[in-house]
Write a protein that binds this ligand. Structure first.
Ligand SMILES: Nc1ncnc2c1ncn2[C@@H]1O[C@H](COP(=O)(O)OP(=O)(O)OP(=O)(O)O)[C@@H](O)[C@H]1O
Ligand SMILES: [Mg+2]
Length: 349
């Protein structure tokens, strides 16, 4: 990862590079979300080109955050599917009924071995095999709850699919911030960023409890990396400040630092300039442009501030009442009568 905190501020509207790979980084097809009788998102087809900044705009209640939450694994869609980097991450379950067989394969073998040994001689070997069967069953069920990456890919190879959970989707490379800031209020800025690194750390609970060298080394490296992200978003001297004591604009930056620490390939930003003054908004717009240009991260942005949207986006998609009503360059969308009517108000006389 090549953060260059001191680098010159680039032109936010300049694409990072011509994407060598023309396939979209994210491809959503027919995504629908119903809340009872309300259709919050209706049959949305949507893709994000690699290396682009794409904005999602629309009036209040248009379904933007709901769509974000579906991508991030926080909400199950009622219908539709989403691929990320050519891999299905969200969609209807496929052969989910077959998953429990995986949990019982190894314990089942141990039970058979134990039964066989008991049949031959009711000695200690049979008891050990029986205890092993119980241990394997507990381990198996724990793995099913924790769902590590290798477990999910093994299921995938067997043709079994379930939508990713939020932590799976972070591990696959989608980071996010929230419309209503969700920091760990009583933790310091640095600790908040370190939480973002969790999915890339290797030390176990036992390493931490025994303060083994692996844990200590990883802790120091994570502090160095966290400081790098704090510097990058413009919070170089705030690492020891408890999150709830940071000014509002800094809390928004800290959320971005935490999201960057997850090492995303796609960053979802839900109204990053909400509540900011004009100076902070300009700084945030510049930061978004730098994240794409310097770090090569693709960005999906929900934003109400039209100066931010028009200044930074390669493409804008407009939602209204859960439906996609327009899509195109900022200029084309701004001139679209449907958008003017739905979002920007009636045209000026
Ligand atoms: N968990 C939920 N249960 C029921 N209805 C919901 C839920 N979440 C969202 N909605 C409804 O879905 C619709 C879309 O909401 P959403 O938050 O996605 O809109 P939005 O475009 O992000 O709006 P805003 O610009 O105000 O943030 C709204 O009518 C909202 O009330
Ligand atoms: Mg919203």
């Amino acid at each position: 990862m090549s953060a260059s905190p001191g680098a010159a501020v680039p032109d936010a509207a300049t694409p990072a590079a011509t994407p060598a790979d023309a396939r979209p980084i994210l491809d959503a097809r027919g995504v629908t979300k119903r809340f009872g009788g309300l259709v919050a998102v209706r049959e949305i087809d949507f893709d994000i080109p690699r290396g682009a900044i794409v904005s999602l705009i629309g009036p209040n209640g248009a379904g933007k955050t709901t769509f974000f939450n579906i991508i991030a694994g926080l909400l199950e869609p009622t219908d539709g599917a989403i691929d990320f980097m050519d891999e299905l991450i969200v969609g209807r379950p496929v052969r989910a009924w077959a998953e429990p067989f995986f949990w019982f394969i190894l314990p089942g073998i141990a039970v058979l071995v134990a039964a066989g040994l008991f049949a031959i001689d009711q000695g200690i070997a049979g008891v050990i095999a029986a205890v092993a069967a119980i241990g394997l069953l507990i381990a198996s069920l724990l793995i099913a709850v924790i769902r590590p990456r290798w477990y999910i890919s093994t299921l995938g190879r067997a043709g079994i699919f379930k939508s990713g959970r939020p932590n799976d989707i972070v591990a696959q490379g989608i980071g996010r911030t929230f419309q209503n800031i969700r920091l760990f209020a009583n933790m310091t800025a640095m600790e908040n960023v370190q939480v973002g690194m969790h999915s890339h750390m290797h030390a176990t609970l036992i390493d931490a409890a025994l303060r083994l060298k692996r844990h200590r080394t990883e802790e120091i490296l994570s502090q160095i990396e966290a400081q790098k992200w704090l510097d990058y978003v413009g919070l170089p001297k705030r690492s020891d400040v408890v999150a709830r004591n940071l000014p509002y604009g800094d809390q928004r930056r800290l959320e971005i630092a935490r999201a960057l620490a997850t090492r995303p390939k796609l960053l979802l930003l839900d109204e990053p300039t909400a509540g900011m003054n004009p100076v902070e908004t300009t700084q945030m717009t510049t930061l978004i442009g730098r994240i794409r240009k310097e770090l090569g991260i693709t960005i999906l942005l929900i934003e109400h501030d039209m100066r931010v949207v028009m200044g930074v986006s390669d493409r804008v998609t407009v939602l209204d009442h859960g439906e996609k009503i327009a899509e195109g360059t900022p200029e084309a969308v701004r001139a679209d009568p449907k958008v003017i009517e739905a979002y920007l108000g009636a045209p000026a006389q």
